[in-house]
Design a protein around this ligand. Structure first.
Ligand code: AN7
Length: 346
């Protein structure tokens, strides 16, 4: 499939002939979640945004932000990031031949995202501070220097991200509710914009981590903390728009605990065969905790791939089984203790 600009150009601010920097993002799988459906008593679908080229939904917006930057003659782009925006910006900058810089909270982004940003050749600045401080600083920096800011304060990011709503409506003719994790609140804002443009109006159910839930408390959180590092954000840039989307869709923004996030994370991997990152699992954690609220058909956005954060996975998964290279030992390792026993004779 072509990327989102080519696929939805008539609904995006790009004219034919404009430069397009794309990795053929979008067109991500939508899979039915049989186990979760049974648990919540609704028809639940999972939108696998981790299947985008850099492993997160950020690519939808980044193709637009970087294409627009190229159109405007920019030679450098920058963002603050909890990891995924950095990985995506670095990849699209590399593809466009632009200089990329990313500012991330030191020690607080998942390993895979750091590896991506470095591999794509971005200058990676590890800030001794949190995401909110990083965003304030890049905004001030881009006021002083001609560097394109590609955080979701950039309107082109939301334009690209709204295409996920188009895809959902194309595949599911009716959708009653959408569950989405909320950090800087760009994505929930973009979904609502996309749904409105195609005259759909599912209830938007946004979920923040309990230790980083400013929209739930109605006040910024100075020191946000959560295992879901991607949404460790205390003062979302798209605060007003997210609250408007929530209200207009008769939705809710609620909190889930780290334990609930990790339980949903493991359940998705072990029962649905879907490995997402912890922040993404907040959408399903919220659905499991609060229920579908009368919705018959629900979609949960799984925003990023599980491989982004191997350390959190290893910290919360089972152990490997050590084994010497002998048949008896392998037999014991494979069959022992599992209650599986030897296979039945044919
Ligand atoms: C996997 O990369 O903010 O509410 O700097 O990576 O639109 O911020 C990431 C956010 C959800 C929240 N799931 O989306 C960043 C960054 C994942 C994410 C969110 C993020 P927004």
């Amino acid at each position: 499939m072509p990327g989102v600009v080519e696929r939805y150009r008539d609904r995006l601010p790009f004219a034919p002939g404009d430069p397009v920097v794309s990795l053929n993002e979008g067109s991500t799988p939508l899979v039915h979640a049989a186990h979760v459906s049974g648990l919540v008593g609704a028809e639940v679908w999972l939108k696998l945004e981790g299947a985008n080229p850099t492993g997160s939904f950020k690519d939808r917006g980044m193709t637009c932000a970087v294409s627009a930057a190229v159109r405007e003659g920019a030679t450098a782009i920058i963002c603050a990031s909890t990891g995924n925006t950095a990985a995506s910006a670095a990849a699209y900058a590399a593809r466009a031949g632009l200089t990329g810089a990313v500012i991330v909270p030191a020690g607080k982004i998942a390993t895979g995202k750091l590896a991506q940003a470095l591999m794509h050749g971005a200058r990676v600045i590890a800030l001794r501070g949190n995401f909110d401080q990083a965003l304030t600083l890049v905004r001030a920096l881009t006021d002083r220097h001609p560097i394109a800011l590609v955080n979701s304060v950039n309107a082109f990011r939301l334009e690209g991200q709204k295409t996920a709503a188009f895809e959902l409506v194309e595949e599911l003719s009716e959708l009653d509710a959408l569950c989405v994790p909320v950090g800087n609140a760009g994505n929930i804002t973009a979904y609502w914009k996309g749904f409105r443009e195609v005259r759909a109006a599912p209830r938007l159910l946004g979920f923040q981590a309990e230790g980083a839930a400013p929209l739930v408390h109605g006040a910024p959180v100075a020191h946000p903390e959560t295992v879901a590092s991607a949404i460790r954000i205390g003062n979302p840039a798209r605060w007003e728009e997210a609250m408007e989307a929530m209200t207009a869709s008769r939705g809710e923004i609620r909190a889930v605990s780290d334990e609930e996030i990790l339980a949903a994370y493991r359940l998705l991997a072990s029962r649905e065969g879907v490995f997402c990152e912890p922040a993404s699992a907040a959408s399903v954690a919220g659905l499991l905790r609060y229920g579908p609220g009368g919705a018959r058909r629900v979609a949960c956005v799984l925003t990023g791939h599980g491989l982004k954060d191997p350390q959190t996975a290893l910290d919360h998964a089972g152990a490997v089984v050590p084994c010497v290279p002998e048949l008896d030992a392998v037999e014991e390792a494979v069959l022992g203790g599992t209650g599986a026993g030897p296979p039945e004779p044919a």
